[in-house]
Design a protein around this ligand. Structure first.
Ligand code: DON
Length: 308
C-alpha cells in the first residue's frame, strides 16, 4: 500500500469540505485561524513518516491536552480514587455543558475529556504540585510527544483567560459540590488549565503522540514512555468520549479512538500501530475538525483501520 497515495486521496477528498467547518469563535484568538489550512501526519507501524498539507503549522492543542492531564493524574493517583472525582462515562451534551454537570451523580464530571473533568483533573494535580502543575503538564507533553521545544501561546492563553465564562461557571459549581477542594486557588487552577490548552503543536507532533498511545506507551525507539495500562485506559476513553457527543457517530464513521481539540487538531490511537494526527481549524457543531474528521474517514477506510 502506497501511503503517500493514501494521504493524497484523503486530503483531496477532505479539503472539499473546507467551507463546512467554522473556527472556534468563543475564544477570539482562535476565530482568526485560516480554515483552508489542513494537514495530516502519519507514521507507519515500521516508523516511516508521511505528511501532507500544513502538517507543520502550529496550532493550540486545546482539548487534546486532556489526554496528558489525565495521564498525569493516573500517574499520581489510584484509578478508584480518581473515579471519586472524575467518571469514565460518555457525555451526551456539549464539552462545556453546565446542565450535564448538574445532572451527573454528586456533580462528578462524567469523564476527563469534557471541560469540567479536565479542570477537576488539574485540581487533583494542583493539590500535589501547587504552582508547578503547569510545568509538570508541559514537561510530560514534551516527553510523550518527544519534542522538548513545545511551549504555550501567550496570546491564545490571554484570549482564553478573558473569555472563558463557561469554564469559570463550571469551576464554581465544582467547588460548591466539593469535587474541587475549596482550598484550591481558582485563578491558579484556571491558569494551569488555560495554559495547558494553549500549548502549540502541529499535526506531526500529534502523530508522535498517536504512535505512543497506539503502541501501548512505547515510542519509536522502543522506550516505554508511559505505562501500558494507562495507554489502554486512555485509548478506551478516546473511543467512548474523545469526540464528545459526536463519539457514537465518529465510531461508526471512522472506527478509531480519537481525541479532538477546538484548535482544529485530532489525534487517533490505533492498535494497528499507526500514528496519525490531523489539523484543520474549521469545526463541526460538536467542536471537532470537520476536514480533519474526513481525512481520518478516508485513511481509516483505505487502510482498513476500523476497530469495530
Ligand atoms: O476550555 C475550552 O473550552 C477549550 N480550551 C478546550 C475545549 C476543546 O478543545 C473542546 N474540543 N473539541
Amino acid at each position: 500500500m502506497d501511503l503517500n497515495k493514501v494521504l493524497t486521496k484523503a486530503y483531496d477528498y477532505a479539503i472539499t469540505y473546507t467551507d463546512a467547518g467554522v473556527p472556534a469563535n468563543y475564544i477570539p484568538e482562535l476565530a482568526k485561524e485560516d480554515k483552508t489550512k489542513a494537514g495530516c501526519s502519519l507514521i507507519s507501524p515500521d516508523g516511516k513518516l508521511y505528511e501532507i498539507g500544513s502538517s507543520r503549522y502550529k496550532f493550540s492543542i486545546q482539548s487534546i491536552i486532556k489526554i496528558i492531564i489525565y495521564l498525569c493524574v493516573l500517574e499520581n493517583h489510584e484509578f478508584d480514587y480518581i473515579k471519586q472525582y472524575i467518571g469514565v462515562k460518555p457525555s451526551s451534551k456539549p464539552f462545556n455543558s453546565i446542565i450535564e454537570l448538574e445532572l451527573s451523580n454528586k456533580n462528578i464530571p462524567v469523564n476527563p475529556f469534557i471541560n469540567a473533568g479536565a479542570i477537576v483533573a488539574c485540581s487533583l494535580l494542583q493539590k500535589k504540585y501547587g504552582n508547578n502543575t503547569f510545568d509538570l503538564i508541559l514537561n510530560r507533553t514534551r516527553d510523550v510527544i518527544g519534542n522538548d521545544k513545545l511551549d504555550y501561546s501567550r496570546s491564545i492563553y490571554n484570549s482564553e483567560n478573558s473569555s472563558a465564562f463557561a469554564n469559570r461557571a463550571l469551576t464554581y459549581m465544582l467547588l460548591n459540590s466539593d469535587i474541587i477542594d475549596k482550598n484550591i486557588n481558582v485563578d491558579d487552577l484556571l491558569n494551569t488549565y488555560f495554559k495547558s490548552c494553549s500549548i502549540l503543536v502541529d499535526a506531526h507532533d500529534l502523530s508522535n503522540l498517536s504512535f505512543v498511545l497506539s503502541r501501548d506507551g512505547k515510542d519509536m525507539s522502543g522506550n516505554q514512555i508511559l505505562n501500558k495500562e494507562h495507554a489502554l485506559i486512555i485509548r478506551t476513553l478516546m473511543a467512548t468520549c474523545g469526540t464528545y457527543d459526536y463519539s457514537g457517530d465518529f465510531a461508526i464513521r471512522i472506527g478509531l479512538p480519537a481525541k479532538s481539540g477546538v484548535g482544529g487538531g485530532i489525534v487517533t490511537a490505533s492498535k494497528a500501530g499507526y500514528g496519525i494526527g490531523v489539523y484543520c481549524p474549521g469545526l463541526d457543531s460538536h467542536g471537532n475538525s470537520y476536514v480533519g474528521t474526513r481525512i481520518l474517514e478516508s485513511i481509516s477506510k483505505e487502510l482498513n483501520l476500523n476497530i469495530y
